[in-house]
Design a protein around this ligand. Structure first.
Ligand code: GLY
Length: 345
């Protein structure tokens, strides 16, 4: 009877994962149900972004369409000063956006240092679908976006301009943990200060990962980057393997926090490779962070960097250097809930 029940579970489940585990010299059938559809994204604003993605996923839409639609929500929100419209500018007053997208076939597109276009993620998708390249930057990215019909507009909102002019009074630069892309108070000197869930602005880059009803994965990542950065600075978010990596056979990962730290460890590629070796997504995120901690402990203690990952079965994991990293989860069993990740410090 037991065998029959297990067999029925496996066959009626269709796409459920099945593995044979050796237990005391006998083989035991382990049936792992694939959670789908599913969407997860970084920070509190992931809740609104997930809702837009879910509308596509629940109607049988493609994960790629879902992640693009999802991250367009914070991109268009002028009150979010870390992404798209209203993003804080660089130190010369330019709002420059970084974004990338990756699909279930391993196709990828990215833009970096893109000005005047709200939906950097959609330009990244056009790079993926309409050009032989993976990444366009700066003026070339803008020209391409305009050729594709994206409207040109001023992304510097009055409140972001005011924050920039306030910052210029001292031009003191020190990213604040959990709000790296946010205003760095001019007089802020505490290396270890942090903000926590419930603070009105504990957010930064949005990274989103989804599994559709066909069981396919895609991801998107978009940001205005570190506030008051040097003009021309590009962070981790548009870099495939740093801000985002998707392997449809294994899983996907995305990142938020100080891009320079992430680029040094090819963070999301590392997380996916660790999942390929059999690590749980949460453990894979922690092990990737530990590479940075081991090499540069003082630096790692002074910044935030966080990973969010999902494996092919829909098992979710996250880990951060510092407390305060939140992420939003939407599955058939979890109707869009905010979670806080574990942290090393
Ligand atoms: N993770 C955002 C950035 O460093 O630009």
């Amino acid at each position: 009877m037991t065998h029959r029940r297990e067999f029925l579970k496996a066959t009626t489940a269709g796409l459920f994962g099945i593995s044979l585990l050796p237990v005391r010299n006998k083989l035991r059938l382990k049936v792992q149900r694939q959670v789908k559809p599913l969407v997860i994204s970084t920070w509190d604003f992931g809740i609104q972004a997930n809702a837009a993605a879910w509308a596509i996923l629940q109607n049988g839409g493609r994960a790629l369409d879902a992640v693009e639609a999802g991250v367009r929500v914070p991109e268009a929100d002028p009150n979010i000063q870390t992404i798209g419209l209203g993003g804080l500018p660089d130190r010369d007053g330019h709002v420059t956006l970084d974004a990338c997208i990756m699909d279930e076939h391993g196709n990828a597109g990215a833009v970096a240092c893109l000005e005047h276009i709200v939906h950097a993620i959609s330009v990244a998708r056009k790079v993926m679908e309409k050009t032989p390249h993976v990444m366009l930057v700066g003026e070339g990215a803008l020209q391409f976006a305009l050729s594709q019909g994206f409207p040109k507009q001023n992304l510097l909102t009055p409140s972001s301009e005011k924050a920039w002019k306030e910052w210029l009074k001292t031009a003191h630069y020190h990213p604040v943990i959990n709000i790296e892309n946010q205003l760095s108070p001019a007089h802020h000197d505490s290396t270890y200060s942090s903000h926590h869930p419930g603070d009105s602005f504990n957010h930064d880059t949005i990274g989103m990962l989804a599994i559709d009803q066909q069981g396919n994965l895609s991801g998107a990542c978009t940001t205005s980057g570190l506030a008051f950065k040097m003009h021309g600075r590009v962070g981790d978010s548009p870099i495939i393997g740093a801000g985002l990596f998707v392997d449809n056979e294994v899983g996907a990962a995305t990142a938020t926090g100080v891009g320079e730290a992430n680029m040094r460890i090819c963070g999301t590629h590392t997380v996916v490779e660790l999942m390929r070796q059999g690590h749980h997504p949460e453990e894979a995120c922690r092990l990737a962070l530990e590479r940075l901690v081991k090499k540069q402990p003082d630096y790692a203690r002074s910044i935030q960097l966080a990973f969010l990952a999902v494996d092919k079965n829909g098992t979710i994991g996250a880990y951060a250097l510092q407390k305060g990293f939140t992420y939003a989860v939407y599955t058939p069993d979890i109707p869009n809930r905010l979670m806080e990740s574990k942290s090393i410090y």
